[in-house]
Every structure is written in structure tokens, then in C-alpha cells.
Design a protein. Structure first.
Length: 338
């Protein structure tokens, strides 16, 4: 046993089994022009003020190696201990970037009441850069491959100045999975083409089952435009695929009731949607996570039930997944006590 391993074993600190998928194999470009390994921690930033021209790849490799080593040796920052990405599973060796998050564009013409996307003036100040040269560098160093999953997160990817260029590059390069988040108020032929090539999942945040609630959330009377674009995208999805996905973020006092969820579900069914995702507004969840209201737990069960008994599957993501697991654990605990 090497001195270092021996030292850690003696200290009882070595911990192979608390791993973080992001730290291990993700890369984030954010709207503040940072390139980083984790969406939350400042000290996981690799490059600040990135201008899109030249990316220091060796810094990415080194920072990832050192950060993983630290965690393997039991140095786990407090933020990580509270983070749902910290998993009790072994680290695996990743030769390339498994997920590339393109968050450098967060502008959106909508202003959803629950959204913490930065305002236009902050984005202008941050300045925009073209990420394409950095992707080419990553390809050159074999860190980005056709198997890398690309995720365009919020704001609206479709009004990203290089969006079409990037999408056609990914189609021609032979990428297997590109996730696009959009409110679908602008129709993009590049998304339709990526759908017919079976490489993209387009996640459309509808959050409502009717125009009235939609307008209350989005502040825009454009429900019909979103529905019409969803129908257009659906025409490009192969029947065996589940690539046009509708999202519902539950918001306190607006759509946090079974009626609206059922309306959204029925609407989705009528549109021929086969996959739905469900989340909880981040700011609300932060307030309630230590004392979840009973009615929210009931809603989660209601969603689980309609998903179990129908042909459209609903997936809980992010906060909704955390809450669902929490409730399940509570139930298991109660069952043990009986
Ligand atoms: S566990 Fe969470 S906070 Fe820690 S590195 Fe991973 S994503 Fe970041
Ligand atoms: S559509 Fe998405 S990015 Fe735009 S305001 Fe709504 S939640 Fe935010």
C-alpha cells in the first residue's frame, strides 16, 4: 500500500463511494462567461471571463483530477454534502465529457413568474461569446465525442444567436443526444430536423393545461402559439420515439392543484405526447424543503398514480425527484415502525 493510501486508511478518511457525476464528467459554460465543473461551487470554476477564443484544456483535466482526488480522500465541501448530485456510489473513470451544458445563453423573451433567469441587462453586461471554437478544441482533444450528451438549458435556446449553427453541426457530426429546453414560441426547423434524425429531445415548459393559467405563469397570451409549435414538432418525431416532451413546474398558488395537472395531462394525451416531466419551482422548494406541506405530497402521489395507470409516463426531475424520494423514505420508515 502506498504511503498516501496508508495515511488515508489510518485516518479513516478515504471515501471511494461519495461521488458526483458532474465533477466526474460534466462541463458547464455559464452566462457569466465561466467554464466550470459544477453548477454551484465557485472553486470548481476553471476559466473566468472566457471569451470563446481559446480554452485551456489542460486546466480542465487537471482541475477535474484534483477535485475528484480530494473528494475520494474525504475532503467533501459542505455544499456537496447538501447537494442531491452527491451519490453514494463509486466513482467511475471517464475518458471524455459525458454531459456538456450550454448555459452561456440564458436570454428569454418570456418572464415566467418562477424563473430566476438573469435579466437582459445582466446578459448584455456579461457579453455573448460563440462556444463553437471551444467545442472544436474539445473534439480535437477527444474530450467531446458523438456520445457526449449536450444540454441547452434555460432561457430559450431557440433565440440563441448560434443555435441553428450548433444544431446542424451536432446533426452532421452524428451526435446521439442533444436536449433542448424551450418554451416553443419560436419554431426552429433545426429542432425539427434533429427530431427526424432522432438525436434531440425537446423539452417544452408549458406548466399549464389551459390558456388562463399559462398566461398567469408566463405573463403572455401565447398558449395557442406554443400548442401549434408543439404540433409541428410532433410531426417530425418517429412514432416509436418519445422526443417531444412537455414540462410542468409546480408553482405555489397557481398550478399546484390536481385539476390543472389533470388538464395538462389530458392536453398532452390529445397532442400525442408520450413523455412528461414534472418539477417544483426552485425558490418555493428552497423555502419548504424542511417542512413539506401535506397537500404537495398528495400532489406528488397523484402524479405518480396517473402516470402508473396511463400510457404517458411522467418523470420526476430535479426537486420533484428529491421530494418523491424523501416521501418514499418517510413511508418506508413508517412501515418499518408498524
Ligand atoms: S456534489 Fe453538487 S455541489 Fe458538489 S461538486 Fe457535485 S454538483 Fe457541485
Ligand atoms: S421559458 Fe424558461 S427561461 Fe424563459 S422565463 Fe420561462 S422558465 Fe425562464
Amino acid at each position: 500500500m502506498g504511503c498516501f493510501n496508508l495515511l488515508n486508511t489510518i485516518r479513516g478518511k478515504k471515501n471511494k463511494y461519495f461521488s458526483c457525476g458532474h465533477l466526474q464528467s460534466s462541463l458547464f459554460f455559464d452566462y457569466e462567461n465561466n467554464v466550470k465543473l459544477c453548477p454551484f461551487l465557485q472553486d470548481r470554476i476553471i476559466v473566468k471571463n472566457f471569451n470563446g477564443l481559446w480554452l485551456d484544456i489542460s486546466k480542465i483535466i487537471e482541475k477535474r483530477k484534483n477535485s475528484v482526488e480530494e473528494m475520494k480522500n474525504g475532503i467533501i465541501p459542505d455544499e456537496c454534502k447538501k447537494c442531491h448530485n452527491l451519490k453514494n456510489i463509486a466513482w467511475h473513470k471517464s475518458e471524455y465529457i459525458e454531459t456538456l451544458y450550454l448555459n452561456q445563453w440564458r436570454y428569454c423573451y418570456i418572464n415566467c413568474c418562477y424563473c430566476n433567469s438573469p435579466k437582459q441587462e445582466n446578459l448584455i453586461e456579461a457579453k455573448h461569446f460563440d462556444v463553437m471554437p471551444a467545442i472544436e478544441q474539445l473534439i480535437d482533444k477527444k474530450l467531446f465525442t458523438v456520445n457526449t450528451k449536450v444540454v441547452f438549458e434555460c432561457g430559450d435556446s431557440c433565440i440563441h444567436p448560434e443555435f441553428d449553427k450548433l444544431m446542424y453541426f451536432f446533426i452532421n457530426y452524428g451526435m446521439k443526444e442533444v436536449t433542448v429546453n424551450t418554451p416553443a414560441l419560436r419554431y426552429c426547423q433545426s429542432i425539427a430536423d434533429a427530431l427526424s434524425n432522432n438525436i434531440t429531445n425537446v423539452v417544452i415548459s408549458l406548466d399549464a393545461g389551459c390558456a388562463y393559467i399559462y398566461e398567469r405563469i408566463k405573463g403572455l397570451n401565447k398558449f395557442d402559439i406554443a400548442i401549434s409549435n408543439i404540433k409541428r414538432y410532433k410531426q417530425y418525431e418517429e412514432p416509436s420515439q418519445k422526443r417531444v416532451i412537455l414540462k410542468y413546474t409546480i408553482i405555489k398558488g397557481i398550478n399546484d392543484n390536481e385539476k390543472e395537472i389533470l388538464d395538462w395531462y389530458i392536453l398532452s394525451k390529445n397532442l400525442g405526447i408520450k413523455k412528461l416531466v414534472f418539477d417544483i419551482a426552485e425558490n418555493w422548494f428552497r423555502e419548504i424543503k424542511d417542512s413539506i406541506p401535506d397537500y404537495l405530497k398528495e400532489i406528488i402521489f397523484f402524479v405518480r398514480k396517473i402516470s402508473d395507470f396511463n400510457e404517458i409516463k411522467i418523470e420526476f426531475c430535479e426537486r420533484a425527484a428529491v421530494l418523491y424520494n424523501l416521501i418514499k423514505n418517510e413511508q418506508n420508515q413508517k412501515n418499518k415502525e408498524i
